[in-house]
Design a protein around this ligand. Structure first.
Ligand SMILES: [Mn+2]
Length: 363
């Protein structure tokens, strides 16, 4: 009975409704819900809720939006990623027809329940579930973890595609994924595209956030070199530091510029084959791409991957391994950086890049 859809519904809302707002962003939310359900606002919520169990019977990738950027900290706004990226997917990707699980319900000031006091948790339980004595979690990443755990328990061999959100949203998704694959005795690796390592032990005293989440998934991997990072270029420390301290494997952006995407991904694949990897999870920070392909993000960096290079690398990975999990993070549609070179029309340019990356990962 714990697998019943009713057990998870209190944690979720209709796709596009994850940002708690009345007016701002309303047109886009209504556009998405009209497209998906032929209705808007409360009527769309009801149709989403009433049709979800039936829609989950189709055997295609399932999308979960996590509209949280409280784990970020430089430039926020990735909470709007799930809504805008979904619209871009339907606009740019032919035959894009996933199952929409919905958005995680988000209290934007919270991150993980471990960081919140008991009296506040009680008030938030009252706000979200109408019951301060409920045993449910209330913070976005805690809710994302419960949702992903439910998903894998209910659909052990289906693909969950997460759309965020700042990159801390990958922490609960990957934790649930890795625990599940461990139970299945599958040999899995995590391929992490990013300009940054996200590998601090903590940041300003907070253990899990956008700058530290990879460090906290290491305990869930069979071996640390089952984490491969690609596209790194903005780091206070050299590659040797990260590899020797943590035992992970990195491929920096300059290696791709120098040797070509083809040669680098070939090396990644042989690294994984040597370790008998069967399945992979791809987590893609949009800032892995060069700012010319993705400026609408919190910390864009120059000298990054070309969109074509990233797409080629993902395609090569898919040829060699089953992709059984994926997420795309850090699209922040309301910000862009005209000072960093000359970005094309934004955020459309970033959104189109994000849609193409997602289609390559799970399309
Ligand atoms: Mn990141």
């Amino acid at each position: 009975m714990t697998n019943a859809i009713e057990s998870i519904l209190p944690y979720l809302c209709a796709p596009g409704s994850g940002v708690y707002t009345v007016f701002t962003g309303r047109e886009r939310r209504q556009a998405l819900q009209k497209l998906l359900y032929g209705e808007i606002d409360q009527a769309a919520e009801e149709t989403w809720r009433n049709t979800l169990a039936e829609k989950l019977k189709q055997n295609n990738p399932v999308v979960l939006g996590i509209c949280s950027d409280s784990g970020g900290g430089i430039n926020r706004g990735a909470n709007w990623g799930p809504l805008f990226v979904r619209l871009a997917l339907y606009q740019h990707i032919k035959n894009w027809q996933p199952t929409e699980l919905g958005d995680v319900r988000v209290i934007p000031q919270l991150l993980l329940d471990e960081y919140v006091s008991e009296p506040i948790i009680k008030d938030c339980r009252k706000a979200l579930y109408g019951d301060e004595n409920s045993s449910r979690v209330v913070s976005p990443l805690s809710i994302a973890y419960e949702s992903a755990k439910w998903f894998y328990k209910t659909f052990p061999n289906r693909i969950l595609l997460g759309i965020g959100g700042d990159h801390s949203c990958s922490y609960p998704l990957l934790k649930a994924y890795l625990e599940h694959k461990n139970l299945q005795s599958k040999k899995v690796a995590v391929i992490h595209f990013d300009a940054h390592t996200d590998m601090m032990e903590s940041r300003l005293g907070i253990p899990v956030c956008f700058g530290s989440w990879t460090y906290h998934i290491l305990p869930y991997l069979t071996r640390p070199d089952h984490l491969v990072q690609i596209g790194i270029r903005a780091s206070g420390r050299p590659r040797q530091h990260w590899e020797s301290h943590h035992g992970i494997r990195q491929f920096w952006a300059h290696e791709i510029h120098d040797n070509g995407a083809d040669a680098v991904i070939h090396e990644v694949i042989s690294h994984l084959k040597t370790r008998q990897i069967e399945e992979i999870y791809i987590t893609f920070d949009i800032d892995a791409l060069d700012v010319s392909a993705a400026a609408a993000t919190g910390t864009p960096e120059t000298d990054g991957l070309k969109l074509m290079e990233a797409l080629e690398m993902i395609k090569a990975l898919k040829k060699s391994f089953l992709v059984t999990g994926a997420d795309l993070m850090e699209v922040a549609p309301f910000i862009s950086y005209p000072d960093k070179g000359k970005p094309k029309e934004e955020p459309e340019n970033t959104l189109k890049s994000a849609a193409e990356i997602i289609a390559a990962m799970v399309g």
